[in-house]
Design a binder for this molecule. Structure first.
Ligand code: DLZ
Length: 160
């Protein structure tokens, strides 16, 4: 369905499992920080709203989105987690760098999910310009950080 037709973060709060006791890692990329900060805020507020304790959220920042899978590995080495949510924003430029980064993150998170048996959530904006990013970081298309948090809670409940 085309994203122009919907707020991608709209969901029925009553259909989300209680997340009390679930433990999450969040990896946030520093590139396009004004966007990824908004994704992070939406993600954390959603986890807390659904019962996650602040003590059960562990955060690491990485330089850019390419480093999101490595950040997830670093979190797994520090502590036991039920899922890792990866947040970043890759904006298309004059070259194809965006395609390499986006594909690497998608592949990396898929591999981590399979190798660890823990969900790794793709909270990466893959946009053509900054306006599209702002629309998806608290603007007219919602907040991908909220979606990522909801997906993480639902997937942890599935695994339990
Ligand atoms: C190099 C780069 C570029 C050009 N653009 C972005 C971007 O739009 N979003 C993002 O998260 N990161 C970008 N990066 C940085 C790479 O993700 C990575 O940090 C560097 O290539 C070093 O590995």
């Amino acid at each position: 369905m085309a994203s122009s037709l919907q707020n991608l973060s709209a969901y029925n709060e009553n259909n989300i499992p209680d997340a009390k006791g679930m433990r999450f890692g969040i990896v946030v990329a520093e590139w396009n920080r004004h966007i990824t900060g908004a994704l992070y805020d939406g993600c954390v507020s959603t986890l807390l709203k659904h019962g996650v304790s602040e003590a059960d959220i562990v955060v690491v920042q990485v330089p850019g989105s390419f480093e999101l899978p490595a950040g997830a590995v670093a979190l797994h080495q520090k502590t036991v987690l039920d899922a890792v949510i990866c947040l970043g924003c890759v904006i298309k430029g004059e070259t194809n760098h965006d395609e390499y980064i986006n594909q690497a993150v998608a592949n990396g998170l898929t591999q981590l999910t399979i190798s660890t048996g823990k969900p790794h959530i793709f909270g990466l904006l893959t946009v053509l310009n900054e306006a599209q990013a702002l629309d998806r970081a608290g603007g007219k298309h919602g907040n991908k950080g909220v979606e990522a948090a909801v997906t993480a809670v639902r997937m942890v409940a599935t695994f339990k």
